[in-house]
Design a protein around this ligand. Sequence first.
Ligand code: OAD
Length: 271
Amino acid sequence: MLNLTPEFSKSLDQAAYLVSHSEHVVMLAGAGLSVESGIPPFRGPGGLWANGKGQTNLSYREFLRNPGEWWETRFRNEDKPGDPTYELKIAVDQASPNPGHHAIVEMEQHGFLQCVVTQNVDNLHRVAGNQNILEIHGNRSFLRCIKCGNRLPRDDYHFDILPPRCTQCDGIIKMDTVMFGEPIPEDVLMACRQQVETCDLMLLVGTSGTVNPAARFPIIAKELGASLIEINPDETPLTPWCDIILNGSSGELLPLLLKRLLNISLIERGT
Ligand code: OAD
């Protein structure tokens, strides 16, 4: 539970002032944002990959070696309690957006936030109602053709044969989620780069800042003159780059930030 000391409250005020007086605000979101929706993060205590749990079946090279076999293993793992694939699936299937996701939507709707670059594959930004989202690591509710890049909802696809084939070009289909060793789809990466180069403020929410290229985005933005605000209960490698650091959970802090933003805009409109 957050201890809203006068000092912390001042940092929140400063963050709200900075957000409301920036031209183009981009958020870089990570797994911490969905922790309060019941989805474990990847790293740290209780993380999917903590306690020596392997990052099973996530290598792109392995996928390409034998896509049919990969899909068979995938379906088996999704039914195997204890496997990270199973744990993530169960958690995501049961999850709904938390107050942090809802605050992000309101920030976007009120024009305080121009784009969310998310590393999360859990679909919760879309469910919450965000419009301008770049899913740099894909979305586990979608499939993607490795030949033509066509994306389609996983629920609409019938896995009659393995590996599944693209209905448009007959290319092999994988999960839309980006795997280890797989290049980020060029269209998404280009769009992210454009946001990074355009923003004058980046909000870093619930990311450990350890996986490139996303982890480099705040540093590039900073070098180009943007300010950085971090919302995270823990210190990260990005913390030393930040102008304002708000230590706490995003489910608590984002609604508090939104409240201040709405107050500022009421005051500045003179109502
Ligand atoms: P991590 O699991 O690496 O980091 C989660 C971060 O969230 C940590 O810094 C935590 O301290 C913080 N955190 C925990 N609870 C929080 C809360 N309630 N509110 C805010 N922050 C909280 O997740 P990512 O940085 O997203 O890639 O990891 C990056 C990528 O690593 C993931 O997208 C995934 C993995 O490889 C793919 O799935 C392709």
